[in-house]
Every structure is written in C-alpha cells, then in structure tokens.
Ligand binder design. Structure first.
Ligand code: URA
Length: 222
C-alpha cells in the first residue's frame, strides 16, 4: 500500500510515482550517502525523466488520426497546449535536461528565491518568463518539497504573470507531509507529481530520511 494514504485521500491532486523494483533501486541509490556523484546524477536523471513523463501525461491532448504505411488509419493523440518549464534555481535546474530531452525546444523560465536570513521568509531575487506564459501550461520544477516556502513563493510569481492555477503542475522528486499540507492547502488546484513522500522534516527543515542537500550532491558542491 502507498505510504501516507490519509494525505493522498485529502489531496487528490497529489500523484506519487508508481513504486516498482526499478524505482526502488533508483531511490536506494540516490539516497545512499556512499553513492558517487556520477551515479547520483545518472540515477536522479532517470527518476526525474519518469516524473516529467508522468507530469506530461496530465496535460490536455486532442485526438489525432494518422495513416500508417499499411494504408490504414490509426487514432492517437497530440498535445494541444503550449508548455513552459520553470525550474526554481538552483536545484530545480537539475530537472531542465530531462524536460528538454523529452520536448525539444521547450521554453524554459527561471525563478530564483532565497531565504531572508533574518525573517526566514522566502524572497524573490530573479525571475524571467516567456512573454505569453499566461497562455501556457507550466511545469514547476524543484526536486525537494520540504516546507513548501520556495515553491509557494514561485507559484505567486506565476499567478502574478496570469498563469491559471490549474495550468500548473509541480514536479518534485521527494516530498514530505509538512510540505504537501502547506503547498496543497494554499493551492488546491495545482497538481503535484512526486517521486516519494518521506516521513517528516527535521529541526533544520531537511527531509527525513531524505537525501541530504540535493543541489550540493547533484552539482558537486558538498
Ligand atoms: N532541500 C534539500 O536539498 N534537501 C532537503 O532535505 C530539504 C530541502
């Protein structure tokens, strides 16, 4: 049975990557403190690709009929909205490559949010979005949903640009009940695709059992 059934029942917009042997091998690898940086990046990229694919499956499609080399019709689908990926700098940039590998020439916005050391509140430092973002679906990218502070600040930026709440899908690798409660409580129409929901946050607001500092491990700054 999936972990945190009550949380998932409370927030039907949260989808957890289906667990199977392959997914559990990859999570064991990236969570292992002994894993080399090269393997950490490789295995994280594989999981992130699965998450991005799961998020893309939530976008609107319309029917498309093509003719096969057999001269016969095949009824499939085609994507019928415009898309932009918006990573929250810096850790979210680790998710850009997976999105660009799947959708070539996808538009990429950027948001940099930092915590004010005195108030502990998230502060917007930089943002750059495509001009027509209000008409697009947005994949908001950040690997760790901890307190939800940065993600909620990022959503406010998107909403200020006119993006519709139900056009946003927040993609993350590891989340926790505190972050899901805060984020989904504030933005109930946003869909969340997460790899695994962990147990809790510690006193430093790190996810437990977690992965440590994702950005440091991915970009080699630890
Ligand atoms: N960011 C991280 O990189 N790790 C956590 O556990 C929480 C936030």
């Amino acid at each position: 049975m999936a972990k945190h059934p009550e949380l998932l029942a409370k927030y039907p917009n949260v989808e957890v990557l289906p667990s199977n042997g392959q997914v559990r091998c990859l999570f064991a690898s990236i969570r292992n403190s002994e894993t080399s940086r090269r393997k950490f990046v490789f295995d994280s990229d594989r999981l992130i690709t699965m998450l991005v694919e799961a998020a893309l499956a939530k976008l609107p499609y319309k029917e498309r009929t093509v003719k096969t080399p057999m001269g016969l019709e095949y009824v499939g689908a085609e994507f019928c909205s415009k898309l932009v990926g918006v990573p929250i700098v810096r850790a979210g940039e680790s998710m850009e490559k997976a999105l660009s590998n799947i959708i070539q020439e996808v538009r990429i916005g950027k948001i940099l949010i930092q915590r004010d050391e005195e108030t502990a509140l998230p502060v917007l430092i930089y943002e750059k979005m495509p001009r027509d973002i209000a008409n697009r679906h947005v994949l908001l990218l950040d690997p760790m949903l901890a307190t939800g502070g940065s993600a909620m600040a990022a959503v406010k930026v998107l909403l200020d640009h006119g993006v519709k709440e139900d056009h946003i899908i927040f993609v993350n690798l590891i989340s926790c009940p505190e972050g899901i409660d805060a984020f989904c409580g504030a933005f109930p129409q946003i869909r969340v695709v997460t790899g695994e929901i962990d147990d809790c946050l510690d006193e430093r607001k790190y996810i437990c059992p977690g992965i440590g500092d994702f950005g440091d491990r991915y970009f080699g700054t630890d």
